[in-house]
Design a binder for this molecule. Structure first.
Ligand SMILES: Nc1ncnc2c1ncn2[C@@H]1O[C@H](COP(=O)(O)OP(=O)(O)OP(=O)(O)O)[C@@H](O)[C@H]1O
Ligand SMILES: [Mg+2]
Length: 298
């Protein structure tokens, strides 16, 4: 039976706000829950997401051939990771090259919305990672998505950039598309890498006040209640190319600085990612609940 994927875009115009880390862990969680998942790497400057997990089969093509050359052979476009149900499409172009092609085309930044039809029929969920700046590729990904997730840096520059760059410059610039029947996706935002200090609390209070004072927008912004704490396991998992909700013990004790993610650390990250996925994809709650009942895996 043909599928009809839900498209989740991870977007925030601030560099380093944890977009790629969020994208890979969410995609892995959804895949581990038994849903066919595609991670699409739209960060054409730093292809972090598509190079995170080891590959079982590497496709020769990627985003460039998909968007610009209209390639439709999925075998050539999509790489399979070693994680069951998790595929990736590589970001294999320079940003300017794709942007100039799109600027010179009549369908411009709505092209992804139409190209995605091919992939939506093959997957349950498509997760798109984007570049952390104002860029037409981010606008394109937002317009093509059903829901947007924005991780927020709990700092004054992080909050300012979110209000100025992400909300005013990115999301608001898409409002004219609603005149052409394109609905803007709901946005979920949450604080990530949170530390227990007064500064974080003050910044969150200020952010909530400012969000509530915004004039009405044609899309809903929800600030999620739960913060994701600063946890070293995210970095360890990235070095190992595994999801941060998997535990790991170095097979040899002969290395000077062994990597380790304990079961308890992995479980607390699994709880965090479950929380995000529940909000983004309520229709898959039963699959997520079933995965939560399974043992923390290696
Ligand atoms: N909850 C967390 N606790 C601690 N470190 C984290 C957490 N989440 C992500 N990180 C680390 O923060 C750094 C930046 O994350 P990441 O690369 O995902 O950000 P990004 O928004 O994709 O950056 P860019 O805009 O450059 O693409 C990485 O080193 C990552 O391992
Ligand atoms: Mg990134």
């Amino acid at each position: 039976m043909k599928k009809n994927a839900t498209v989740i875009t991870i977007a925030d115009t601030k560099g380093g706000s944890t977009k790629s880390t969020t994208a890979v862990n969410i995609a892995a969680f959804i895949a581990h829950s038994g849903l066919k998942t595609l991670l699409l790497d739209f960060d054409l400057e730093q292809p972090t997401a598509c190079s995170y997990f080891p590959l079982q089969k590497e496709a020769p093509y990627g985003v460039y051939e998909f968007l610009i050359m209209h390639e439709t052979d999925l075998d050539k476009l999509i790489s399979a990771t070693t994680t069951q149900n998790l595929d990736v499409m590589s970001s294999n172009s320079v940003r300017q090259e794709i942007v100039s092609h799109l600027n010179a085309s009549a369908d411009g930044i709505i092209r992804l919305k139409s190209c995605l039809k091919l992939l939506k029929s093959e997957y349950d969920v498509i997760v798109i990672d984007t570049v952390g700046t104002i860029d037409p590729t981010v606008n394109m990904a937002v317009l093509a998505s059903d829901v947007v997730l924005s991780p927020l840096d709990p700092s004054m520059p992080g909050v300012r950039e979110y209000l100025r760059g992400t909300i005013s410059n990115l999301f608001r610039s898409l409002i004219p598309f609603t005149d052409y029947g394109i609905e803007l996706p709901p946005v979920y935002t949450f604080f990530n890498r949170v530390e227990e200090n007064n500064d974080c609390h003050r910044i969150k209070e200020l952010f909530n006040q400012q969000i509530n004072a915004l004039p009405p927008l044609p899309f809903k912004i929800t600030v999620l209640d739960k913060d994701i704490k600063k946890k070293n396991s995210y970095k360890v998992a990235a070095s190992l190319g595994i999801a941060a909700f998997q535990h790991y013990t170095e097979p040899t004790n002969k290395v000077a600085h062994p990597y380790k993610i304990t079961k308890a650390q992995a479980q607390s990250i699994k709880d965090d990612i479950y929380y995000l996925c529940q909000h983004l994809l309520p229709r898959y709650q039963p699959q997520f609940d079933a995965f939560m009942k399974t043992e923390i895996a290696h």
